[in-house]
Design a protein. Structure first.
Length: 144
């Protein structure tokens, strides 16, 4: 039997199969879930190349210094950073430290099933400046 986060993610994928993304308006900001199979596979490949346990991937401006001394950016040309955080407050603080507005940072827990627990998520900005989250999963494993 699948856990609740996997079921919610499976429902998200099934209900948005045609669009392969979902937008949530959070105040003046937008949280975009990228559910494109190719992108999830790319993030999954990135995760496989990290030799320590992590559950959050971030496309950042820099890979120098501490994680909280950089900002999120677009994926192309980004420094992919990773971390493992299980506490909701720590994840919200991390996103806020990467220049994500408070309401948007808090909203990821409503819209990203399994964040910080069962499912790895990648975060980056897209061309409109929207915070984008993509589950880092093996689609074949999820479909079992």
């Amino acid at each position: 039997m699948q856990n609740t986060a996997e079921r919610k993610l499976k429902d998200l994928l099934r209900n948005n199969a045609k669009e392969e993304e979902v937008h949530f308006n959070i105040g003046e900001e937008v949280l975009r879930l990228n559910l494109k199979t190719d992108d999830m596979m790319l993030w999954s490949e990135t995760l496989k190349n990290i030799d320590k346990p992590v559950n959050i991937l971030l496309a950042c401006e820099s890979n120098q210094n501490e994680l909280n001394s950089t900002k999120l950016t677009w994926v192309v040309g980004a420094a992919i950073r990773s971390t493992k955080l299980n506490d909701k407050i720590e994840i919200i603080d991390l996103l806020k430290g990467l220049a994500i507005p408070n309401d948007l940072a808090e909203a990821v827990f409503t819209h990203c099933p399994g964040l910080g627990t069962e499912i790895t998520w990648a975060f980056y900005l897209e061309r409109h400046g929207w915070l984008t989250a993509s589950p880092v999963i093996d689609i074949k494993q999820l479909s079992k």
